[in-house]
Design a protein around this ligand. Structure first.
Ligand SMILES: Nc1ncnc2c1ncn2[C@@H]1O[C@H](COP(=O)(O)OP(=O)(O)OP(=O)(O)O)[C@@H](O)[C@H]1O
Length: 276
């Protein structure tokens, strides 16, 4: 059995955890990919990836820079549609329906599968209007907006911090608060799946810890996929982890097992810092 010191320290009881996490396999699949490849022009950035997200779990995507993690994540809610050179082959299935089907609207896909980016990117609007903007565009009644705003802000633990300044600019919030606001903004649209692309890499350790705690709470309700460069973070917060290398998904397993007893040599080399 191969174990890295770091991962042993993080997962001293990984056997128990792995067993508990196997239970998650019995959950419904929220989304799965079949031979998903993404090309930028002729170059394949993601190659024939088959993996799945189980309902109300956290799945982490790790791997060295440029291995295709973000491209893969972005393909899951059709964000790559916005890049002219990008082309997707294979399937992304939700309840057996391919979300890339021409009959499916990308806008609806993105309502159901929300995304939060590396750098907090609140709109240049008030805190209130950051949350209310999307629901308003989609026809939420004016009388319901106050409730949507409060519920979304409470859900990310921001309500008490901002309730007295709802109509002040969101840009005056700290980076960590801005990122929680961006998560609240996504939640306000009523998604089932949240895609988080390195959501803490621009944040200080305290704000990072708050977001990690929040992710643990949100998984009671949402299916979450997260790209992270921080292996400790993946080990701390995810139920399953996929290790990517040069566009391929090399290994996909219960997080405790992938970190302490990887089945592939490339995974072990990455975890032990032999490359990447
Ligand atoms: N818009 C784009 N146009 C062309 N090539 C791109 C584009 N975005 C990414 N790539 C290329 O696709 C490959 C995968 O990039 P991607 O950003 O998905 O990797 P990553 O694993 O998320 O990297 P990082 O951890 O550095 O963010 C890289 O070779 C990158 O240069």
């Amino acid at each position: 059995m191969s174990m890295t010191a770091v991962e042993l320290a993080i997962h001293p009881t990984w056997n128990e955890e792995a067993a508990a996490q196997e239970e998650l396999l019995t959950r419904k699949t929220a989304l799965e990919t079949e031979d998903l490849s993404v090309y930028y022009g002729e170059k394949a950035a993601v190659k024939n990836v088959n993996l799945y997200l189980k309902e109300r779990t956290v799945t982490a995507f790790i791997g060295p820079s440029g291995c295709g993690k973000s491209t893969f994540l972005r393909s899951l809610n059709r964000m790559n549609d916005t890049i002219a050179a990008a082309r997707v082959t294979g399937k992304i299935l939700i309840d057996g329906v391919d979300i890339n089907d021409a009959k499916i609207s990308a806008v609806n896909v993105r309502r159901n599968i929300g995304m939060v980016f590396q750098k907090p990117n609140p709109f240049h609007k008030s805190i209130y209007n950051n949350i209310a903007y999307g629901p308003r565009v989609y026809g939420a009644a004016k009388k319901d907006l106050d409730e949507i705003v409060e519920r979304s802000l409470r859900r990310v633990g921001l309500w008490d911090e901002v309730k007295d300044r709802l109509h002040k600019s969101a840009l005056d919030l700290s980076g960590g608060q801005q990122q929680r606001l961006c998560i609240a903004r996504t939640i306000a649209m009523g998604p089932q799946i949240l895609l988080l692309d390195e959501p803490t890499s621009a944040l200080d350790p305290i704000s990072t810890a708050k977001i990690e705690e929040l992710i643990q709470e949100l998984k009671q309700e949402y299916t979450i996929a997260i790209v992270t460069h921080n292996m400790q973070q993946a080990a701390r917060i995810s139920d399953r982890t996929a290790f990517f290398l040069m566009g391929e998904c090399i290994e996909f397993d219960v997080t405790g097992r992938l970190f302490t007893n990887p089945s592939q040599k490339q995974t072990e080399d990455y975890l032990t810092g032999r490359f990447g």
